[in-house]
Design a protein around this ligand. Structure first.
Ligand SMILES: *[C@@H]1O[C@H](CO)[C@@H](O)[C@H](O)[C@H]1NC(C)=O
Ligand SMILES: *[C@@H]1O[C@H](CO)[C@@H](O)[C@H](O)[C@H]1NC(C)=O
Ligand SMILES: *[C@@H]1O[C@H](CO)[C@@H](O)[C@H](O)[C@H]1NC(C)=O
Ligand SMILES: *[C@@H]1O[C@H](CO)[C@@H](O)[C@H](O)[C@H]1NC(C)=O
Ligand SMILES: *[C@@H]1O[C@H](CO)[C@@H](O)[C@H](O)[C@H]1NC(C)=O
Ligand SMILES: *[C@@H]1O[C@H](CO)[C@@H](O)[C@H](O)[C@H]1NC(C)=O
Ligand SMILES: *[C@@H]1O[C@H](CO)[C@@H](O)[C@H](O)[C@H]1NC(C)=O
Ligand SMILES: *[C@@H]1O[C@H](CO)[C@@H](O)[C@H](O)[C@H]1NC(C)=O
Length: 508
């Protein structure tokens, strides 16, 4: 099957899911529970959920266009709205556009319709009616990135072509210029909240985000490369041994301190992408850790036993963001080792497509640990007055470390806490199987055609397969472990590297 668009892609995934439903393999480390609404309410008394969490791999929200509903992937890594099926009564702009994502693309006529999104109504909102089939009927993607990276705006010009958030902020300048996102964790035994997204208001209980340090948005000179990103503290990642990992930025002119990584925040990217040395420092000292190229196009990731709890912390402006151990390694992908034992994937993946404008992409597994506010400041196209520079505020959400630890024991260890007997291998014998291959862009170039096809999500956007994988996880009471030497499931095969045609124009 040639996977050039998500129609085939989704079709393929549908086959995969059917395949998976053959076997019930919900193992002890990934027991699913039904959480009562009460439990949700107890914890998040006033939070409403505007997001649907598809297996921690994609987060969707509902919008309407001329009254027609669409479930759209929220993507702070891209800046255009696209939907996969017809909008009744939409008017044509007479132009077409295409947007290339890390995975897949959308392409088709630009149309205009009335958008309802988060309680806001926008007339004549421009959007792409995807005709590649990448977006399913009733689905789509909403780019929440800076409008300077919008293809539709490039094509139609400012104002008419403005992306949704710019339209919302401009049509009522009393609406505060910010977006906030909270991503929930699907297998969290104590916080089963899917997530929320707000525009111009805060999630109640989390108002404190506004008193967090304001992280300046790093401004990128080249057109279409602007993202919501900032600088991590110097050596600002604390590894599982409690020691800061040495980090060196490869981005030219990042800051005076080259130990500060330049990161971008991307709600559309499943596996956070980090420098190879960082991924190695986190995972390579775990006994039985192996670095694998996962069939099914996940790409090169560390795998570790699912029972190993790893505590990692990121630091921004001296504020610590502990990562929940259920986010450091992911059980959702049903991988097994040679003996058939379940293994988990290291969520912090060596960056598969190094960029000249950032060192790391802090995607979902990071963002589940930080409530993020993005203040657009002057980045709204068409503002007549100088407002202020854009900034990002992050509020740590994994603050009860004992609870996080207990969550891990419940989910992965069947309630029996034997983590006390765990020891990392000494740093000196640390094996580094990725070093020779992936230390440079050569490795990335090599694996490049195969990469994050399923998993990596997108800098620019849509990780379409994951919807279905997530769907599988949510609804799936049945799946199986797939051995690495087995052929990829039907539909995940692709004879052609998916990036062969997208790559050159991929927008970051
Ligand atoms: C989105 O709409 C679908 C279909 O009406 C509904 O099942 C789902 O709960 C909605 N999701 C959210 C987050 O409101
Ligand atoms: C504009 O936004 C302000 C603040 O959110 C709100 O009070 C007001 O009703 C809005 N005006 C219109 C015309 O929607
Ligand atoms: C909010 O900030 C105040 C002052 O810093 C602090 O006392 C309070 O505990 C914080 N609340 C939450 C929910 O973090
Ligand atoms: C990290 O950098 C410090 C200072 O340059 C150095 O002393 C230390 O050995 C480095 N650690 C590792 C693990 O490379
Ligand atoms: C590592 O693998 C060996 C043999 O494959 C096994 O006996 C041992 O229990 C594993 N260790 C961990 C921590 O999983
Ligand atoms: C962090 O704290 C140290 C000492 O308290 C201070 O020197 C440094 O400037 C702070 N860094 C940031 C990014 O705020
Ligand atoms: C991880 O952190 C928790 C909370 O501080 C702690 O109880 C647990 O022992 C830590 N686990 C490891 C393996 O370091
Ligand atoms: C990863 O696996 C795919 C599928 O088996 C293969 O085509 C590709 O060459 C592998 N990449 C590397 C770097 O080994």
């Amino acid at each position: 099957m040639k996977l050039l668009g998500a129609s085939s892609l989704l079709f393929g995934t549908a086959l995969l899911l059917n395949d998976l439903t053959a076997v019930n393999a919900l193992k002890l480390f990934h027991r699913r529970k039904d959480f009562s609404d009460e439990a949700v309410l107890r914890r998040r008394a006033t939070m409403s959920s505007d997001l649907d969490n598809h297996g921690d791999s994609q987060y969707y929200t509902n919008i309407t266009l001329n009254g027609q509903s669409f479930s759209v992937l929220i993507d702070t890594g891209s800046s255009d709205l696209a939907v996969g099926s017809d909008v009744p009564g939409a008017s044509s702009s007479g132009k077409t556009a295409s947007v290339d994502y890390a995975i897949g693309e959308v392409k088709g006529p630009i149309e205009l319709a009335t958008l309802e999104f988060e309680g806001f109504s926008v007339q004549n909102q421009a959007f792409i009616r995807d005709t590649t089939g990448d977006q399913k009927t009733g689905e789509g993607i909403i780019g929440l990135g800076p409008s300077s990276s919008s293809v539709v705006q490039d094509t139609l010009g400012a104002s008419t072509g403005n992306p949704p958030l710019d339209r919302i902020f401009l049509q009522n300048t009393s609406t505060p210029n910010y977006l906030s996102v909270y991503l929930g964790r699907s297998n969290d035994p104590t916080d089963p909240f899917p997530g929320d997204l707000t525009i111009g208001s805060l999630i109640s209980g989390y108002e404190n985000v506004t008193s967090q340090p304001k992280l300046s948005v790093t401004v990128v000179k080249s057109t279409n490369s602007q993202h919501w990103g900032s600088l991590l503290d110097a050596n600002g990642i604390i590894g599982p041994d409690g020691v800061a990992i040495n980090t060196t930025s490869k981005v030219a002119g990042t800051s005076k301190n080259t130990n500060q990584l330049r990161v971008i925040f991307d709600t559309g990217f499943t596996f956070p992408q980090v420098p190879t040395a960082v991924a190695d420092a986190i995972y390579s000292r775990v006994p039985n850790a192996t670095f694998k190229n996962i069939t099914g196009n996940i790409g090169g990731v560390w795998t570790i036993p699912c029972t190993v709890e790893l505590n990692v912390t990121f630091k921004f402006a001296n504020v610590s963001f502990p990562i929940h151990p259920l986010d450091t390694s992911l059980s959702q992908f049903n991988e097994v080792d040679e003996l058939g034992n379940p293994i988990c994937l290291g969520a912090f993946q060596p960056i598969q497509q190094p960029s000249s404008t950032y060192d790391a992409i802090l995607g979902m597994a990071f963002l589940r640990n930080a409530y993020m506010l993005i203040n657009f400041g002057d980045f709204v196209n068409g503002l007549t007055d100088k407002v202020a520079d854009p900034y990002i505020q992050l509020l740590p959400t994994t603050t009860d470390l004992a609870e996080a630890h207990n969550d891990f024991v419940t989910e992965r260890l069947d309630g029996i806490d034997d983590t006390g007997s765990f020891h990392l291998l000494p740093a000196s014998v640390q094996s580094d199987p990725t070093e020779t291959q992936s230390g440079s862009e050569t490795f990335a170039d090599k694996i490049h055609p195969y990469i994050p096809y399923i998993i990596a999500g997108s800098v620019a956007a849509g990780v379409i397969l994951l919807v279905a994988i997530g769907f599988c996880i949510r609804s799936g009471r049945k799946r199986r472990y797939q051995r690495l030497h087995e052929p990829a499931p039907v539909g995940l095969h692709h004879q052609e590297p998916p990036f062969s045609q997208y790559q050159p124009s991929r927008r970051y």
